[in-house]
Design a protein around this ligand. Structure first.
Ligand SMILES: [Zn+2]
Length: 240
């Protein structure tokens, strides 16, 4: 009997935890992990939760990387419920819950993942096709107006699409080993979150969160914006 009570308590704690943002994030990543499958040498290489150190105050955590003959897919997963409103070039997107009573802003995941792509390309020894995929696990992408946003089913089709064969098994393996060697398991979640905060402060002080150079005022066809001074190496932009 005490055993059953203990088991019941553990189950209740687990159910409560899975509803927290941390629990939801974990469950979301687990779903994608099961979805993309495991590494199959010569055919597909998978890295889950790659953490790399860019410099002293910059770390980068990538949910999933899949390398197949099409190229290197950098996957960011979001397990958000409710309605998600997002525009490709806006700095922040909005999650709307409870029929509009709760609104949460979050950093545009397209921009977040572009930064990941930038760091991944710096780690690769040759120029390979890189693809960004932001996946909304709950499939709530209907109010998002941006390229590169997928539901799980769309991600499956994307990874299986077969029209871009370019990489040889050797190239896939080289890319995989370059990335797996860069994985720094000594970076704690706490340090990574602290670094994200530092970078958010930098962004408001017009320092590029991608490469650390200055953001400068530029003119485009849609008016003025802040762009990285390292353009075209770094293509980070911020609306004003
Ligand atoms: Zn930059």
């Amino acid at each position: 009997m005490p055993f059953l009570i203990a088991l019941g308590c553990i189950i209740l704690i687990l159910i409560a935890w899975i509803r927290t943002p941390k629990g939801k994030g974990w469950l979301g990543e687990l779903k994608v992990r099961l979805f993309v499958g495991k590494t199959k040498p010569q055919e597909r290489y998978v890295i889950n939760n790659l953490t790399i150190r860019v410099d002293n105050t910059k770390t980068c955590q990538i949910d999933h990387i899949v390398i197949n003959k099409n190229g290197v897919y950098v996957i960011e997963t979001k397990n958000y419920s409710g309605r998600i409103y997002g525009q490709e070039n806006h700095l922040e997107w909005t999650q709307v819950l409870n029929y509009g009573k709760v609104k949460n802003k979050f950093y545009n995941p397209i921009k977040q993942n572009k930064t990941h792509l930038y760091h991944v390309s710096n780690l690769l020894t040759e120029n390979l096709p890189l693809f960004s995929a932001v996946v909304f696990i709950q499939g709530n992408t209907q109010f998002i107006n941006a390229e590169g946003v997928y539901t799980l089913g769309e991600l499956r089709r994307l990874l299986k699409s077969d029209n871009r064969s370019t990489l040889s098994p050797k190239q896939m393996e080289c890319a995989y080993s370059a990335l797996i060697h860069a994985n720094d398991t000594s970076i704690s979640r706490k340090e990574h979150i602290q670094n994200i905060r530092t970078n958010q402060q930098n962004l408001s002080n017009n320092i590029c969160p991608r490469c650390g150079k200055k953001l400068v005022l530029r003119q485009g066809k849609n008016g003025s914006f802040m762009g990285c001074e390292a353009y075209p190496q770094c293509k980070f932009t911020k609306n004003i």
